[in-house]
Write a protein that binds this ligand. Structure first.
Ligand code: FES
Length: 114
């Protein structure tokens, strides 16, 4: 489940704790997740490469308990927040589709091509 955001920016850096993730719906209807792990922000389509389903079972619950990896709630696949590579689970070696984002000086997170 994602918050509908019709205007840019996608979010503010302050919306994400030092280690946190949240779902966002892009104006074109795609659901993505924003992830901030150790201060680095990345974004991916919210679609598991195993079966093509959304990753989370509860809103904004994208990270495994340790907060270091993205986890698919369906079968437990684990993905690196740096590049979306699946490092454990039924789709090991596959990747989440990355959505390029940038963080402006004021902390607003935007799609990188905007
Ligand atoms: S659907 Fe994500 S691990 Fe199976």
């Amino acid at each position: 489940m994602s918050a509908a955001i019709s205007a840019r920016p996608l979010a503010r850096l302050a919306d994400l704790e030092a280690t946190a993730a949240r779902g966002v719906r892009l104006p074109d209807g795609r659901d993505i997740l924003l992830v901030r792990v150790h201060g680095r922000v990345s974004a991916f389509e919210n679609r598991c490469p195993h079966l093509g389903v959304p990753l989370e079972a509860e809103p904004d619950r994208f990270l495994e308990a340790g907060g270091e990896l993205i986890q698919c709630a369906m079968h437990g696949a684990l993905f690196l927040p740096e590049d979306g590579e699946c490092v454990f689970g039924p789709c090991q070696g596959a990747r989440l589709r990355e959505i390029p984002v940038s963080v402006a000086g004021d902390g607003r997170i935007h799609l990188a091509d905007e």
